[in-house]
Each structure stands twice: as C-alpha cells, then as structure tokens.
Design a protein around this ligand. Structure first.
Ligand code: FAD
Ligand code: DHB
Length: 387
C-alpha cells in the first residue's frame, strides 16, 4: 500500500487533517486502533473556538453544528456566591460554540467515509519505520493480516498515549510536563441547564464548571483529588457538591461520568525527519481554558497548508516552520489554561493564594483591559494572527 500522507489516529487532529488534505487533492490513509463506535462515543471536550467553527463550515461539515451547536457570547465567573459576567463577544467581536467533541468526530468520520479516502478502524501493532528517510513506512495489522503503508510523510495524530511521539529519539525531543495535584470529575445528565452561559466557579471545596450539550442535557465538572475514586461519588453526593459550589443546578439522571487527570505537557520540536506530530500526541493542556480540541484542529490546519505548498510547488518553507508556528499557539494556550486553572482551583495554598485569586477576579470585573485579555484568549486568537 502507498499514500502521500499516512495519518495515525482518527481523533479530531487526524480526521481534520485528512479532510483538509482531501480538499487540497492530497491522498492520505488514516489508521485508528479503536472501532468506529468507540471513537464516535468517546465523551470529551465541548467548547469550539470560532476558528474551529469557521473551519468546519469552510470544509462543508458544519450543517449539524449550525443546527445543534449552542453559540455563546460570554462566560460567568463565580466566587463566594457572586457571579460576574464577562461579555466575550462585546469585548472581542467573536464567540464560542458548545458542541460535543464526539459530534465533531461523527461529522468528520461521515465526511471521510463519503469520499473515497481510506480510514481503517481496529488496526493493531502500528509501528513507524525510516522516518529519517525520504520514504517512511507504517506497518500494522488489519483484519488479521500484516500490512505496510509507504508514505511521503507521516502525521502522528495518535493522542497522548500513542506511539508516534516515541518514534522520535529522546536526544532530539524535549518533553516538558507539569502534573496538577487534582483532577476533574465530569458528568453528563438529563437535566435542562439552569444557566444560559457557562459558569466557572471558585469555591473553597474546589472548582466547579456548569456547561451543557443541549437544552435538555447538562455537562458539569467538579475539582476532585488527583487519586479520587469514582466509586466514592454517588449521584446524591455529586449533585450536593455541585449545588454547593455553583449555587443552583437542575438535577436529572446521570448517564456518563468520568475522571480526567490535569496536566500540562509540551514536546518540542513537533517534527523529525518526515514525521509531524499534531494535537494531544504533542501537547496537553488542563481543560480549564477549553483549548485541547481547538489546538488539535489548529495543528491540522497549519500542517495541511504546509503540505499543500510542498505538493503544489515544492515549497517547503511552511513545512519547515510548522513546529515553530504551531508551538507559538500551543504556548499561548498553555499559559491561558494554566492561568484559568490557577485563578479558579483550590491549589492548596491557603489564604495567601486566595488573596491573589480574589484580586485577579476583581481585576477582571473592574478592568475592561483585563476582561478583554481573558476574553480574547478564551474565544481564540484569529487563525490568521500567526498564533
Ligand atoms: P485524540 O482525540 O486522543 O485522538 C487520538 C486517536 O488516536 C484516538 O482515536 C486513539 O484511539 C488513536 N490512537 C492511539 N494510539 C494509536 C495507534 N498506535 N495507532 C492508531 N491510532 C491510535 N479538552 C477540553 O478542551 N475540554 C475537556 O473537557 C476535555 N476533556 C477531556 C477528557 C478526557 C478523558 C481526555 C483524554 C481529553 C479531554 N480533553 C478536553 C482534551 C481533548 O479532548 C483533546 O485535546 C483532543 O481529543 C485532542 O485530539 P487529538 O486528535 O489530538 O487526540
Ligand atoms: C467544557 C469543557 C471545558 O474544559 C471547558 O473549559 C468548558 C466546557 C464542556 O465539556 O462543555
């Protein structure tokens, strides 16, 4: 088998890259270890920056997003029972849309399967070979047989636990990591959201977030200990804690719950030889800034444009700059996600830390410049701004 771009992983990064390449007339094969149902039902992020929404429309995969996505124009910051509204659209002219990551994945998989481009689910034993050469290869097992895919370039879009990152020698790759001493417990519930806009709440018991997926479904999160046991959280305990931290919540049957660890992680460079890393394979942000999915999509956008130059005119300038360009936005998101995390979580630092948090929250409430800075990071800097 051969293709121009071998893509490892059918998450948002790999699927978006595949679709962008298809629109440029560049051939690719996507390899995914899980089955279709698993990737389409994996519950994760939910906030799409305007850049991501615009790209979905440009690629003509935005119809359902247009119908079902919930456009938001601000967020609420809550502290000690008081709520302050940050009017993002008024401050930036831009907005965000709440639309579950698994819905994005469903739309991208459907678009991929409609064309002739290949997407293989349930592959195993994926390994990269000769990424330093002009003809890298990917070996894998599918339907019980061994295969080899020869490519011009390989895109490692296989998430944090994938194999692509480790194909780059540790002598070349720098890994920077910070693990937070807490996690998020997230739920989906059949309950009408009791708020129009998202609520990010500071509470002495820890952070809480009120989000939603539709007028009938709420998505809520609680800061919990890093080693928290999910079994220790009955439905009653979850709702009581949410009510305490968020003021008022509408309750209903919980149909999904899980615990997500919180870490900041970045590798550099994002390229070695003919391998390029995209999305969670290369970087993780704590979810407080709602950036993980959007960064994955941005990497795909940059890499697809660079590969287009390369195949159309032989110009490798953007391909050579890919790592530098993508990392500029990754670091902006790292800083913003870390800032939001420090602003709103119980970090265990006592009264001094709380004093700083109160001052920062008051500054956002009183200074339009401070509010605008938060808002422009939250909605996402324009795609063309080189961030
Ligand atoms: P992924 O979505 O991880 O996709 C990688 C794909 O590669 C997967 O389908 C995987 O099965 C496949 N794969 C792995 N190994 C191989 C292999 N060897 N061969 C072939 N395929 C392989 N972000 C937020 O902004 N807000 C949130 O609330 C939020 N919650 C999250 C909750 C969890 C539990 C996790 C793990 C992440 C969460 N994120 C959140 C982050 C966000 O979902 C990710 O940033 C986003 O999924 C990144 O997309 P990706 O395509 O880079 O990686
Ligand atoms: C959601 C997730 C986030 O990480 C966030 O900051 C806001 C909303 C969500 O899943 O809806």
């Amino acid at each position: 088998m051969e293709t121009q771009i071998g893509i490892v992983g059918a998450g948002p990064a790999g699927l978006m890259l595949g679709l962008l390449l298809e629109r440029h007339g560049i051939d690719s094969v996507i390899l995914e270890t899980r089955d279709r149902q698993y990737v389409e039902q994996r519950v994760r992020a939910g906030v799409l920056e305007q850049n991501t929404v615009d790209l979905m429309h440009e690629l003509e995969v935005g119809d359902r997003l247009e119908r079902e996505g919930l456009e938001h124009h601000g967020i609420n910051l809550r502290h000690l029972g008081e709520t302050h509204y940050v009017p993002m659209t008024e401050l930036t002219g831009r907005s965000i849309t709440v639309y579950g990551q698994q819905e994005v994945v469903k739309d991208l998989v459907a678009a991929r399967l409609k064309g002739r481009a290949s997407l293989l689910f349930e592959v195993s034993d994926v390994a990269l070979h000769d990424i330093d050469s002009g003809r890298p290869r990917i070996s894998f097992v599918h339907d019980g047989s061994e295969h080899e895919l020869a490519c011009d370039f390989v895109a490692g879009c296989d998430g944090f636990h994938g194999i692509c990152r480790s194909a780059i020698s540790p002598e070349v790759l720098t890994e920077l990591e910070y693990t937070y001493p807490f996690a998020w417990l997230g739920i989906l519930a059949e309950a009408a959201p009791a708020t129009e806009e998202l609520i990010y709440a500071w509470h002495e018991h820890g952070f809480a977030l009120y989000s939603m997926r539709s007028p009938q479904v709420s998505r809520l999160y609680l800061q919990v200990a890093a080693d928290e046991d999910l079994a220790a959280w009955s439905e009653d305990r979850i709702w009581n804690e949410l009510e305490l931290r968020l003021g008022h919540v509408n309750t209903g049957p919980i149909f999904e719950k899980g615990i997500t660890p919180m870490r900041s992680f970045v590798v550099s460079p994002l390229q070695h030889g003919r391998l390029f890393l995209c999305g969670d394979a290369a970087h993780i942000v704590p979810p407080t800034g709602a950036k993980g999915l959007n960064l994955a999509v941005n990497d795909a956008r940059l890499l697809a444009a660079a590969l287009h130059d390369r195949f159309e005119s032989g110009d490798e300038a953007r391909l050579e700059a890919y790592s530098r360009t993508a990392l500029r936005r990754v670091w902006r998101a790292q800083d913003f996600s870390n800032y939001m995390t420090q602003l709103l979580h119980n970090l265990g630092g006592g009264a001094f830390e709380h004093g700083l948090q109160v001052s920062r929250l008051e500054y956002i409430a009183r200074s339009e410049s401070a509010a605008r800075s938060l808002a422009e990071n939250y909605v996402g800097l324009p795609a063309a701004s080189d961030f």
